[in-house]
Design a protein around this ligand. Structure first.
Ligand SMILES: C[S@@+](CC[C@H](N)C(=O)[O-])C[C@H]1O[C@@H](n2cnc3c(N)ncnc32)[C@H](O)[C@@H]1O
Length: 218
């Protein structure tokens, strides 16, 4: 992994959140990236910071799941009922999955304690676990139909294949036969949020997304 990508290691993300919790009282959490945004959101200090880090709008969450279902249907798949949403942030998509899939049992998992606390408060009908998504000992083998991750840093913020494999190796045994892993880059939703907020789009869509768009699939 490149040194510039090492911030994405679970131990480094946890260290940032710890520094944030240890900061002098009254200091702004803003410079601490997504962790600061979660803290500011959870404590009511600033609800807007979160918008460039995670979906917090239920309508956008439902729209995202709808477009995901439609894309899967084009490929002959459907979303099964036992779902784990990894890197779930404040749980917006986790709950949108629960509301959109009949009979769904949905859990969310995130490394950030502030994100998980906010998610538990917002969506008591989902279960949330604070843990790194490569530590799935709590999840029985062959128990899931879908492992979903949107804009999940271990895949979107590093090109290190060894790090990707570390997560895929943890995910694979947890799937039932025919189960799916969906790694959502979130470009479409991210573009929509950027348009809404007038933010600069600094990410690049993978070529396959451009091709799908050109064919009218997306
Ligand atoms: C950009 S946010 C996306 C949140 C949510 N999926 C969404 O789309 O709104 C990325 C999330 O991944 C979480 N994350 C990063 N590394 C993780 C890991 N190893 N295990 C679990 N969560 C992780 C972060 O805490 C953060 O909440």
């Amino acid at each position: 992994m490149k040194a510039s990508e090492a911030w994405v290691l679970p131990e480094n993300l946890l260290a940032v959140e710890k520094r944030l919790h240890d900061r002098p009282s009254g200091a702004s959490p803003e410079p601490f990236g997504h962790a600061g945004a979660y803290l500011a959101y959870r404590t009511g200090l600033d609800g807007k910071l979160i918008r460039s880090h995670a979906l917090a709008d239920d309508g956008k969450g439902l729209a995202y799941v709808r477009s995901l279902s439609e894309t899967l249907a084009l490929m002959g798949h459907r979303i099964g009922s036992a779902i784990l949403d990894v890197g779930c942030g404040v749980g917006t998509i986790t709950d949108a999955l629960r509301r959109s899939v009949p009979g769904a049992e949905v859990s969310g998992m995130d490394l950030s304690s502030d994100a998980v606390l906010a998610a538990q408060e917002r969506y008591p009908r989902c279960r949330f676990i604070r843990r790194s998504a490569d530590e799935l000992s709590l999840v029985p083998d062959a128990s899931l139909d879908l492992i979903h991750a949107r804009e999940f840093y271990p895949f979107t913020r590093t090109e290190d294949p060894g790090f990707h494999l570390r997560f895929l190796r943890a995910f694979a045994p947890k799937l039932r036969p025919g189960g799916l892993i969906i790694l959502g880059p979130g470009y479409l939703a991210a573009n929509a949020v950027a348009d809404d907020l007038g933010l600069k789009k600094w990410w690049r869509e993978p070529e396959i997304v451009g091709q799908a768009r050109a064919k009218g699939i997306l």
